[in-house]
Design a protein around this ligand. Structure first.
Ligand code: C2E
Ligand code: CA
Ligand code: CA
Length: 743
């Protein structure tokens, strides 16, 4: 039966078409019956489609069945009225039935599989349709009715006949708006669209014919209506639409093209033009046009209100999406760094706990990503509960979480880390998916007003890796030592290049005393590097790198200038107190050493004899004739020259007489062994005697204890340097030591 419906309806349409075109007798009756029967068959087809097709399109077919049923009903009433009354029965009942059908048709479209699913979305689509339809009132009036005598239009039913094409357009617009961007298209909608287009054309044709009084029942145009119902019946034979998956499809659906967005507004422009035209001949706007315009304005206002509201919601939703992790609902990395930066600019210390799951990759590999996701959401939940408001928990990505602790807090970051480790411990019944992973936590803490959040995160990262290395399921805090070991050589070299220019170098001064009187006679300048992240580094940490890269030369140059400037601060009170600086072998090989020294002393207003250059034994031995020559020139200037770390080199004493040195510093390794090593004692004694023979002054380095002090004094060293007399310290401390001597 069902299979026969479509051919039957098609046959009926063909017969009617032939009949009307040939203008055979009783054309009016044939037209009425044709419309009625095909509408009935279409209603039947829709009803069976509603039964057979999936739930998602059931309501759509039911509403279409009702629409077709109403069309059949309207045709029936029309036919009866026409046969009994004569003339065209534009009765309110006929009008109401047809209009009701149009409403159910529009409702069907709004329920179609492709229609927006939110109430707001549907309202918007409906309003788009209404706007187009209402805009057609002035346009239609100008196109169709302007030439019609006012008297003919007095019949309200005739005048309102133009509502049919208008309502057709409402439906067509809704259809275009709903099927638009969704792919794959549902073919049934193409048939429905063709049906609506045909009906709109037929209604326009009918209204213009009727307005001019050119229409009579049985006119060939009548065949358009059954044909449009036939198209609806044909639509039921299309396969049902693919099921839309109900996840967030906003991301996948492409944006509609601009013209589709602008579509409802193009007729509005036309309507405005039509009103101007309608106004022209009489200076008045016809009532229908006026009402249409008012309704149009109202629809536009509501539509814009909806759009504005929807935009606001979208913005809020987008913001939420941008700042939250989709899986766990925690703040994401973007949000976390924003909060971290804000916290760092505040007035309280800021700590970050960086948490990385141990062996999470294996979970993913062995149990699949779905299980991995479950583990992550479980961990997120436990963390949230464990932190319980004492910090901000975030997921930085992958299996990496973080907690920001910045408020006036009752817990230390370490206590919080312990709490987290306890919370993440395996607990039977609580392990959501039967797999358990532990976590390693790294802690880093900065004082307030620290600029760099990346440094803080990097420190936490370093500490986290240390926790992993320490056997996992543990926490570690970042210490300078940890940090240092994590910074690579290459990074350190890169940093060192900037150190001089950015003023990160500092000098410390260690007093050298007269062993007989204990008075400070000079000071050795020792360089320190205040590394921005690693803290203060001793020369052993960076001078080897500086020597390898040649950066030692600018560093030494800076030290010479700075040491001279320091000596200038006590020059007037204690002109005899000198300053010594260490000169690297590489620097000694450079001809410009003399110029550097001369410039530094003269700029500081020092006599060159207040400056001592300390050169290591090894640097001197490898020195060429040119180096010796340079040393002689320096001596001629008045600069003093010390042989540093004496006794550690080849100790080829023969070179001593060739070098224009003024003093000799006995290496601290000998001094250290003085108490318990007779050979060390003998060596120091011998060296002191030797120095006397060469008229060199002797400094015993590294004197730490009373015993060492007594020994070097007994041996006859003139000067001593070491912790026994003072640690290296800043210039202020040296000034204090110098003042002691004064008093
Ligand atoms: P150095 O020339 O032998 O400097 C003396 C070192 O011994 C200093 O170490 C000093 O802090 C340390 N020291 C002083 N008294 C004692 C003590 O009683 N016991 C012990 N154990 N150590 C003591 P620092 O400052 O770490 O310097 C290490 C080396 O780095 C220096 O050895 C020197 O060769 C080099 N250096 C330091 N500053 C400069 C510089 O400005 N330029 C160059 N080229 N080298 C420098
Ligand atoms: Ca030295
Ligand atoms: Ca030394």
């Amino acid at each position: 039966m069902t299979r026969l419906v479509l051919p039957l309806a098609a046959g009926l349409v063909l017969v009617e078409a032939a009949w009307l075109v040939a203008a055979l007798p009783a054309a009016a009756l044939v037209s009425d019956l044709g419309g009625l029967l095909v509408a009935g068959l279409a209603a039947y087809s829709c009803a069976t489609a509603a039964r057979r097709q999936p739930r998602s399109v059931r309501l759509f077919w039911i509403l279409l069945a009702v629409t077709m049923g109403l069309a059949a009903l309207g045709r029936t009433v029309w036919t009866v009225d026409r046969l009994t009354g004569g003339g065209l029965p534009h009765t309110p009942l006929v009008g109401a039935t047809f209009v009701a059908g149009i409403f159910t048709g529009a409702a069907a479209l709004l329920c179609s599989a492709a229609a927006p699913r939110t109430a707001v979305g549907r309202a918007r689509t409906l309003l788009d349709g209404l706007i187009v339809g209402l805009a057609m009132i002035p346009i239609g009036w100008v196109l169709v009715f302007r030439g019609v005598a006012a008297a003919d239009l007095a019949d309200p039913l005739r005048a309102f006949g133009q509502l049919y094409p208008m309502l057709d357009l409402v439906q067509l617009t809704i259809l275009v708006a709903t099927i638009g961007p969704h792919r794959p298209r549902w073919r049934a909608m193409t048939f429905i669209g063709a049906s609506l287009t045909l009906r709109a054309v037929a209604d326009v044709g009918y209204v213009s014919l009727a307005a001019r009084g050119d229409y009579a029942a049985g006119h060939p145009i009548d065949v358009c209506w059954p044909l449009s119902y036939l198209l609806v019946a044909a639509a039921t034979r299309c396969p049902p639409p693919p099921v839309r998956d109900d996840t967030d499809d906003a991301a996948e659906t492409p944006l509609p093209p601009w013209w589709r967005v602008a579509l409802p507004y193009l007729p509005v422009v036309g309507a405005v033009a039509a009103v101007v035209l309608a106004h022209r001949p009489t200076g008045q706007i016809p009532q229908l046009v006026f009402m249409g315009m008012m309704a149009l304005l109202a629809a536009l206002a509501v539509r814009h209100g909806l759009a504005a509201n929807e935009n606001l919601r979208l913005v809020v939703r987008l913001r939420r999406l941008a700042y939250t992790d989709q899986l766990t609902g925690l703040p994401n990395r973007l949000m976390f760094t924003r909060r971290l930066r804000a916290a760092l600019s505040g007035s309280r210390p800021v700590a970050v706990l960086l948490l990385d799951l141990d062996g999470f990759k294996q979970v993913n590999d062995r149990f699949g990503h779905a299980t991995g996701d479950l583990v992550l959401t479980g961990i997120a939940e436990r963390m949230r509960t464990a932190v319980n408001g004492d910090g901000t928990v975030a997921r930085l990505g992958g299996d990496e979480f973080a907690v920001l602790v910045d408020r006036e807090r009752a817990v230390s970051p370490e206590a919080l880390a312990r709490r987290l480790l306890v919370a993440l411990r395996p607990s039977p019944g609580r392990d959501e998916v039967g797999v358990h992973v532990s976590a390693s936590i790294g802690i880093a803490e900065y004082g307030p007003q620290h600029a760099s959040h990346t440094d803080l995160l990097r420190d936490a990262d370093i500490a986290m890796y240390a926790a992993k290395a320490a056997g996992k399921a543990a926490y570690r805090s970042c210490t300078p030592a940890l940090r240092e070991s994590a910074v690579s050589r290459a990074e350190l070299i890169a940093d060192l290049r900037r150190a001089v220019d950015e003023g990160q170098l500092r000098l410390e001064f260690q007093p050298i005393v007269d062993l007989a009187t204990g008075a400070v006679t000079s000071a050795e300048a020792l360089v320190r590097w205040r590394h921005p992240r690693l803290g203060t580094l001793s020369p052993d940490r960076f001078l080897p790198l500086a020597e390898e890269t040649g950066l030692i030369v600018p560093i030494d140059r800076w030290v010479i200038q700075e040491a001279c400037r320091a000596a200038a601060t006590w020059r007037d009170r204690m002109p005899a107190t000198s300053v010594s600086v260490n000169i690297a072998a590489a620097h000694l090989r450079r001809p410009d050493l003399i110029a550097t020294v001369a410039a530094a002393t003269s700029t500081a207003g020092l006599t060159p004899s207040t400056l001592t250059l300390e050169l290591t034994e090894s640097a001197l031995i490898e020195g060429s004739e040119a180096v010796l020559d340079r040393l002689r020139q320096l001596r001629e200037l008045g600069v003093r020259i010390a042989i540093d770390d004496f006794g550690t080199g080849y100790s080829a004493l023969s070179y001593l007489h060739r070098i224009p040195a003024t003093e000799l510093k006995i290496d601290r390794s000998f001094v250290a062994r003085l108490g318990d090593d007779a050979r060390a004692y003998a060596t120091v004694e011998m060296v002191t005697k030797l120095a006397g023979a060469f008229e060199l002054s002797v400094v015993a380095e590294g004197v730490e204890t009373e015993r060492q002090h007594a020994a070097v004094t007994a041996i006859g060293c003139v000067h001593g340097q070491g912790y026994r007399y003072g640690h290296p310290g800043d210039l202020a401390r040296l000034h204090a030591a110098l003042a002691d001597r004064d008093s």
